[in-house]
Design a protein around this ligand. Sequence first.
Ligand SMILES: [Zn+2]
Length: 286
Amino acid sequence: MRRMSKPPLVASKVFDSCVSTVSDAASRARLQAISPTTPRTATYYEQLAVNQGLYSIPHQTYQPHDVVTGAATRKDFNDLYELQMVVKSKPSRRYYDELIARAPAKKCPYCGFGHARTLDHYLPKAKFPSYSVLPENLVPACRDCQSCKSANVAVAAGDQTLHPYFDPNFFFTERWLHARLVEGAEPSIEFFVACPEGWTADAISRVQNHFDAYELGSRYAIEAGEELTNIGAMLSIHIQKDAASIKAELHAQAAVEQSLFPNSWKTALYAALSVNDWYCDGGFRV
Ligand SMILES: [Zn+2]
């Protein structure tokens, strides 16, 4: 998980820019009619988001021509995104590119390692069409995270995955991602969630839900498997090193990783290896 500040884009400017190039006159008129409500929509979204309350926004499964807001339909909102913001030749595409370019080191904030090359609707546009081009609802993401995300919508506070723009800092600064080494001829790494003391049931449920929804356990295990081979090869070169110095080295590396990203797979991996006696005492050689 990586924290991001909220986009510096003005919601009404983005909305109006997208609407201005809608070629269907009737659709454009329906969207223009609700343009004055955009600032209110953005404020409403943000206030709920910072209070971890987006789950409370009513939603439903809309058919394309169902009216969502004013006279604007689900199709109007959907096309606004798909045909005005995503299409490369359209002027509003600059907002799409700008939002993706904000990804920290081009990494997906949901998983922290995938290449962020698409935009994810935190509240899916099929069920929350009004937020289809709302910058606060558009998060740069990797294709894996985007495809993992289920169509299920959170209906309770604890169901919600983490929102990189709005969730409290402790989700990003306190450690909840951990790993354990599975010893054996072919050692492997298992990732799991264990939250610090004092977290609320909702907070615990949210990170577990985030971990599950983006299939982080299996995806991190793949990354960590390769790293494990590299670390083993590196340590095997220094055959004179004893278990204590290997432990200290791995511990130092874990501290470096943790100072960068407390909940990265690397932090969890190095921390798990540094406390494993079997591994440090030669297990890395297998
Ligand atoms: Zn991702």
